[in-house]
Write a protein that binds this ligand. Structure first.
Ligand code: ZN
Length: 152
């Protein structure tokens, strides 16, 4: 579309130059009026084509901007997934008393910091979410990210 519009502008301008060249060899007022009329039409046509080109350029700039944002988003997503693959080696699968499987960070020797359970649903989606103890009597844990619950 852009190429066709640009070619139209170039053709119109070339035709205008040809008409002006022919006019140089004529003394007729009739020829002058005819050429003036033709040139007016050509200039209007060229102006419309130029406006279409400007609109096309604006659309292409918007499209380019949208695509660049999408590329940035996808690059960020790729980095996040790559980081998760590296860090997933830090976690171990643990079976609860009721036979469910959850994940938790592997303990390091000498490190007595708490190792919370991680939501297996979120973990399968490469996201880390801590299971919160919801009901101590039934050992019910709850994931705030995906809203799933597990009875341990
Ligand atoms: Zn979850």
């Amino acid at each position: 579309m852009v190429v066709a519009e640009a070619a139209s502008v170039v053709t119109t301008l070339k035709n205008a130059v040809d008409i002006v060249d022919k006019l140089r060899n004529s003394d007729s007022k009739e020829d002058l009026r005819s050429v003036a009329s033709s040139l007016t039409e050509m200039l209007i046509s060229a102006r419309l084509a130029a406006l279409a080109l400007i609109e096309q350029k604006a659309l292409l700039i918007d499209e380019r901007s949208t695509l660049l944002e999408r590329v940035k988003s996808l690059e960020s997503e790729i980095r996040t997934l790559a980081d998760f693959d590296l860090s997933s080696e830090k976690y171990e699968r643990v079976q609860t008393a009721k036979g469910r499987f959850v994940f938790r960070e592997m303990g390091k020797s000498g490190d007595n910091s708490p190792r919370p359970y991680l939501c297996p649903n979120c973990f399968s989606k490469k996201s880390i979410s801590i299971m919160q103890l919801w009901d101590t009597e039934y050992q019910q844990y709850y994931c705030q990210a995906c809203k799933s619950d597990l009875y341990f």
